[in-house]
Write a protein that binds this ligand. Structure first.
Ligand SMILES: [Zn+2]
Length: 371
């Protein structure tokens, strides 16, 4: 008696939960078994074919019963790209110098070179001493992300003590103060060990006059009143005003200064409307008396052309590049101008300039007398 076998064989697929196939890579067979109620183990008889992401397994038993099962290939890429920084991951630069990122490369096991896909978060302000973090990120086409960070420390550059300066010299001078921004300015100058010169007006802030002197800055006379109609009315009027400011400075600091800057500069013509020829007399008198008067050869524009800190910075930086010895005119009663000083110093120190206070022997940058 013949018993008809109508039960087909069974195919069991081995499934490895950790297994995946990298996109673009050939599938590696994970394995299978086949068995039949009559024929027993039929694993050796199984055929399989891979096509379009599907593997089709077939086997027949001795009675011709056929079984077909399929496996869908899981293409997956769990491996993130490798994001590598060029250069050091910790970089220190001096304030005012240029920062150029050394760059990076990104390489993925599936996607290949992903360097063009890297994004950078963060930026470096070389004009502000601080530590900055740059975060680099890249994703491959399967959403695997790689990140890298770089810290860039911007160090304040302190001017070395300048006993015997050489190279390019900058004299920063500040007129019309002391005022409400003078303390901030003194802090900035101190941070970089830079000495400047204050051509002072009036007696409203003896404490600030003293602070300027104590910090080693030069103090000069601008005037007691800054009132053109009074100081340029006559020689007597001018020298009465000058002596008053001389006394104010001496009372506050103990210093008798010989440094003078004329309100409006020695070339001013406004004095002509109060006293014809007075500048010719005053410049000769002052020199004969042992004073030194100073004009300037770099204008910051803060006297009226601009109220913009960035413009002041640019004016001064471009100005001092025109001279081996620069005398820069700014006003410490103007906050936007004081705010420009740190960038000016940083740039100057980074580019080899030495900042000095004016003394009796310093260059004077005389404009020439027009009245
Ligand atoms: Zn002035």
């Amino acid at each position: 008696m013949t018993v008809e076998d109508t039960v087909p064989p069974e195919i069991k697929l081995t499934t490895n939960p950790d297994h995946y196939t990298l996109p673009g890579h050939p599938y590696e067979e994970e394995g299978y078994t086949a068995s039949d109620n009559v024929d027993g183990d039929l694993t050796d008889k199984v055929t399989h074919e891979e096509k379009d992401g599907t593997v089709t397994y077939k086997v027949s038993d001795s009675s011709g019963n056929e079984t077909t099962v399929t496996r869908t290939i899981v293409y997956d890429d769990p491996i993130p790209p490798v994001l590598a920084l060029k250069g050091d991951s910790e970089i220190t630069i001096q304030a005012g110098s240029d920062y150029t990122d050394p760059g990076y490369t990104a390489e993925d096991n599936v996607d290949g070179d992903l360097t063009d896909k890297v994004s950078v978060d963060g930026s470096v302000n070389t004009y502000s001493a601080d530590t900055y973090t740059l975060t680099y990120k890249v994703q491959d086409n399967y959403g695997n992300e790689a990140t890298a960070t770089r810290t860039v420390t911007v160090e304040p550059v302190r001017q070395a003590d300048t006993g015997n300066p050489s190279g390019k010299i900058v004299y920063l001078t500040f007129d019309d103060g002391p005022g409400e921004y003078t303390s901030k300015l003194l802090d900035i100058l101190s941070k970089y060990n830079v000495k400047a010169t204050f051509f002072t007006v009036g007696s409203g802030h003896p404490d600030l006059l003293k602070a300027e002197a104590d910090a080693g800055h030069s103090i000069g006379i601008h005037s007691a009143t800054h009132d053109y109609s009074k100081i340029y009315a006559s020689e007597d009027a001018f020298f009465a005003d000058l002596r008053k400011q001389q006394d104010t400075i001496e009372n506050a600091t103990g210093i008798r200064t010989t440094l003078v800057r004329f309100p409006g500069g020695s070339s001013n013509t406004v004095s002509k409307s109060y006293c014809s020829g007075i500048m010719t007399k005053l410049t000769k008198d002052l020199t004969d008396m042992g004073y030194q008067y100073f004009d300037w050869n770099v204008t910051s524009g803060d006297a009226g052309e601009t109220t913009n800190t960035s413009v002041v910075v640019q004016n001064v930086i471009s100005g001092i590049q025109q001279h081996d010895v620069s005398i820069v005119l700014q006003h410490d009663i103007k906050g936007f101008s004081v705010n420009a000083v740190e960038q000016i110093i940083q740039w100057g120190l980074a580019h080899g300039y030495t900042f000095l206070p004016l003394t009796a022997e310093s260059p004077t940058a005389h404009h020439g007398v027009n009245n």
